[in-house]
Design a protein around this ligand. Structure first.
Ligand code: SF4
Length: 467
């Protein structure tokens, strides 16, 4: 993805955005068709553009990448030009200021050992430093993408693919779940912290790796395991073998993958996303119960937590807000008044359900607070007598440098305001954010990246400012 310095110049949307999903397939006929299906199941991770690169039986590489949704980019003609039994694919999130098509992935390159293609998910925190050194040595980079940087590092090696990828991955710090396609193998690696998910599955006589298990399920693949932090998996006609490109530096899976980004039917490192959210809803109730008549959710990602809250509280769960999927995204609208209208177009209160009721409203997070404020106002206008907001994540107060589009700290209401002040701003009767302890309890693990809640970053930030 793009380097964080440029990314932070733009206006922060009031929802968070993931920045990419990857898939790799090896040893399966019509690999690109399967990759196309997998990418459709990863579409929630990025909608700006998508691409697939394949290698044919003659060893020739093919690539097609374009702006747009997977269903619109890949038809019979495009897939027909992507022959072979091995390929990699990518979906990319739309950054409005750096939406350059040169940043679409996969990247294809001719290295010293031959042609290869790279696609990755995450953000490399020392990219600017590595890029500067490379350019100082006369290297040419054509995009701001970390994937191209990774590809250039690999391409400059001359010790064989496995060693060259190991050396390149070891020089990079930050978040990357990466797939690399060569003439006769598929390589997959995760950064040493394990920020972003990457799962391995068996697909007939072949193999598939993907950002989320929902993509494996869509292909009918059998889940084998998650790649480990610091692991490099080599998949070729002899099967799968593994090595370490770096010593693991913890198990820092991004908490927001569980809270918001991943599909509820995915399983990340042994914890089902729906189960996680349901448990976090139950813990929200345990942490701060309230007298109310109904539980409703902000669709869609608040739904699983709302189920958990309703089960724990014994309150009925109702459809108090409806989502209209067929409207433009609010964040691309340039003025505040246009964004206000945008929220009303995206969400509608169901008057017959909320009228005269004391509501518990479950949402996954609060970023700028403007959407929550409008939701509270809409529900009151529709006749709700009380609106109690319960947020299934801790207060979001610090920027992310690992591949999530958060903008700068001054754009985050959680960085400027206390819980009480946010409650007043959004106009709710009460507000509660899930605690970090409950977040860990819901995941059933003792380690996650929670830097955007706590300011405790697992990596060096290489001079990046958090304020
Ligand atoms: S800082 Fe937040 S959004 Fe970024 S990787 Fe960590 S938990 Fe995820």
């Amino acid at each position: 993805m793009d380097n964080g310095k440029k990314r932070n110049r733009r206006l922060l949307p009031d929802v968070l955005h993931e920045e990419c999903g990857v898939v790799g397939i090896f040893g399966v006929p019509d690999a690109s068709r399967l990759a196309c299906t997998a990418l459709q199941f990863l579409q929630h991770r990025g909608q700006q553009g998508c691409g697939i690169s394949s290698v044919g039986a003659d060893g020739r590489f093919h690539i097609w990448k374009q702006a747009g949704l997977v269903k619109d980019v890949f038809g019979e003609r495009e897939l027909g030009e992507l022959p072979g039994t091995a390929c990699i694919g990518h979906v990319r999130y739309p950054t409005s200021d750096l939406g350059g098509l040169e940043n679409l992935q996969p990247f294809m390159m001719a290295g010293q050992a031959g042609t290869f293609a790279v696609a990755h998910n995450g953000n490399i925190v020392n990219a600017e430093r590595v890029r500067a050194r490379m350019e100082g040595q006369g290297g040419l980079l054509y995009s701001t993408s970390d994937s191209e940087l990774f590809a250039q590092l690999i391409g400059s090696g001359n010790r064989g693919w496995e060693q060259d990828i190991t050396t390149a991955a070891n020089r990079l710090d930050g978040a990357f779940s990466t797939v690399i396609l060569t003439e006769d193998a598929l390589y997959a690696c995760r950064d040493r912290y394990g920020f972003r998910p990457l799962s391995l599955g068996r697909l007939g006589d072949g193999w598939v790796v993907a950002s989320e298990t929902c993509a494996l399920d869509a292909l009918g693949a059998v889940f084998v395991r998650d790649l480990e932090p610091g692991e490099l998996a080599v998949i070729d006609r002899n099967g799968v073998r593994s090595s370490r490109h770096s010593h693991p530096a913890g198990r820092c899976m991004c908490a927001m993958e569980y809270i918001y980004f991943a599909r509820p039917d995915s399983v990340i490192e042994g914890c089902g996303v729906h189960a996680f959210r349901r448990k976090s809803g139950a813990l929200l109730y345990a942490e701060q119960p309230v007298d109310a008549d109904l539980v409703i959710c902000v669709p869609d990602s608040g739904m699983s937590a709302a189920i958990g809250y309703a089960e724990a509280s014994g309150l009925p769960l109702e459809l108090g807000l409806l989502k209209n999927a067929y409207v433009a995204r609010t964040f691309i609208q340039p003025t505040q008044s246009m964004r206000d209208i945008g929220v009303r177009m995206k969400l509608s209160p169901v008057g017959s359900i909320v009228r005269g009721k004391r509501l518990v409203v479950i949402d996954d997070s609060i970023v700028r607070g403007t959407t929550s404020r409008k939701i509270v106002r809409m529900l009151r206008d529709a006749g709700a007598t009380q609106v109690h907001m319960r947020i299934a994540s801790p207060k979001y107060a610090w920027p992310c440098f690992y591949g999530i589009d958060t903008g700068t700290r001054d754009q985050l209401i959680g960085a400027r305001c206390t819980e009480k002040e946010i409650c007043t701003y959004i106009g709710a009767d009460s507000l509660h954010f899930l605690s970090e302890a409950a977040l860990l309890e819901a995941s059933g693990r003792d380690e996650l990246c929670t830097a955007c809640f706590s300011g405790r970053y697992p990596t060096d930030l290489y001079g990046r400012e958090t304020d």
